[in-house]
Design a protein around this ligand. Structure first.
Ligand code: COA
Length: 392
């Protein structure tokens, strides 16, 4: 990523969404499946949350794998080559490591050789934060093209003994590509907020694969599993959605009546309904796919966006609001004026698609080769012994 602040013409740049994609694992876990191993029922879950099923990642599907698939789809829509990407932001609470970042892993797998890459931690609001960061970088003239991904494998950090929390979440990924355009539109405004006083309402203290016992005697508390005070989070969410949407809409210089579609973080159908009532808007303006995916944290908004586009719920010139909320506590909204984006199915587009596929295959082969070489060198060292500095 190269910076060029103050580049000629940089005062007339808008960050438009030009590509989008989503991916969810194949495995479906229904409410009835949950009722088979915990004391709950489809009736209890669906009436209180609107959720009927969620997707669960296989052992081989990490957050980077899901994110990569969503990103590849987004690249295909916009028909750009991975080396054209300047910046990759991955919003996730379930990265594979503290570092290297999931963003760097995806950057490598895509062959995005000119991109900077980092993970962003803002829980379920992460994608909205990422959109804002990427749009600012584009509008400043610093970069031209950004890939923003929300990807989660929440099933790995759920305490399946906690029926109040585990029934809510699922796995998946969504991605958008933002790019510089001269015409007014794209990301018009954003409002990001945080209130760390609510740190104990929703959280995931640490990561790790073994159960950790806390020193304070709370023997059974699993520090690498998520905790949540459901009722309090519910009240917080219904309060901040309306406030945040109103602020972002005012900042964009439009009125609430000008908004065509709202894409809220998919946490609970009752939260969405309460937000619609609070804003005095028709609940049909809110995109909802909770029934099929549950809460996929940072992935929920880009997945809902990709589906809304696929279902032709969004049209050129529409004003859409993305609103996220969750752990931190953190919340935020972004107002986007949808541009005229057409998927490219020209011959040149098809040739570029072949080049992208070839690029992904080359990265896979190179990665395998490097792993084999490392293994061979380790075996040789074990057989013939590497000289230790102290031997001299
Ligand atoms: N199945 C059956 N019963 C359950 C249950 C489950 N999965 N989970 C909790 N219960 C029980 C409780 O034990 C309690 O029983 P009791 O009255 O005998 O003590 C009863 O149902 C009511 O529990 P309560 O926690 O008050 O339910 P609720 O109506 O507040 O709904 C949530 C719980 C989690 C669905 C709701 O609080 C919620 O959606 N909160 C927001 C959470 C959220 O979206 N978080 C993510 C934000 S990013």
């Amino acid at each position: 990523m190269t910076n060029s602040f103050g580049a000629p013409g940089s005062d007339r740049r808008y960050a438009h969404i030009v590509g989008w994609g989503m991916y969810v694992p194949e495995k479906v876990l229904t409410n009835d499946d949950l009722a088979a191993f915990m004391e709950t029922s489809d009736e209890w879950i669906s009436s209180r949350t609107g959720i009927r099923e969620r997707r669960i990642a296989s052992d081989r599907e990490t957050s980077a794998v899901l994110g990569l698939k969503a990103a590849q789809q987004a690249l295909q829509v916009t028909d750009i080559l991975p080396p054209d990407i300047d910046l990759i932001i991955v919003a996730t609470s379930t990265p594979e490591n503290i570092f290297p970042s999931t963003a760097s892993i995806i950057q490598h797998w895509l062959g995005a050789t000119n991109a900077g890459a980092f993970d962003l931690s803002a829980a379920c609001t992460g994608f909205v934060y990422g959109m804002d960061m990427a749009a600012q970088a584009i509008r400043s003239g610093s970069i031209n093209t950004a890939l923003v991904i929300g990807t989660e494998t929440m099933s790995r950090v759920l305490d399946w003994r906690d029926r109040g929390t585990s029934i809510l979440f699922g796995d998946g990924a969504g991605a958008v590509i933002l790019q510089t355009r001269a015409e007014r539109g794209g990301v018009l405004s954003s409002v990001l907020r945080s209130d760390g006083a609510g740190f104990d309402m929703l959280g995931l203290p640490t990561r790790g694969s073994t159960e950790i016992r806390s020193a304070d005697g709370l023997a059974d508390r699993q520090l690498h599993k998520m905790y949540m005070a459901g009722g309090e989070v519910f009240k917080f969410a219904t309060r901040v959605i309306g406030e945040s949407v109103r602020q972002a809409v005012a900042k964009a210089g439009i009125k609430l009546e000008d908004v065509n579609v709202i894409i809220p973080h998919q946490a609970n159908q009752r939260i969405i309904q309460a937000a619609a009532r609070g804003l005095g808007l028709d609940a049909d303006m809110f995109i909802s796919n909770l029934e099929r995916y549950g809460n996929t944290s940072a992935a929920s908004i880009p997945i809902a966006l990709a589906e809304a586009l696929q279902n032709e719920r969004i049209h050129p010139g529409d004003h859409i609001v993305l609103v996220g909320f969750g752990g931190g506590l953190a919340w935020g909204s972004v107002v986007v004026k949808w541009g005229l984006v057409q998927p490219d199915d020209s011959t040149a587009g098809k040739i570029r698609e072949q080049r992208r596929r070839a690029g992904y295959a080359i990265v896979r082969i190179r990665t395998r080769l490097r792993q084999w070489l490392r293994r061979i060198s380790e075996t040789l060292n074990a057989l013939f012994g590497a000289q230790h500095p102290d031997d001299h």
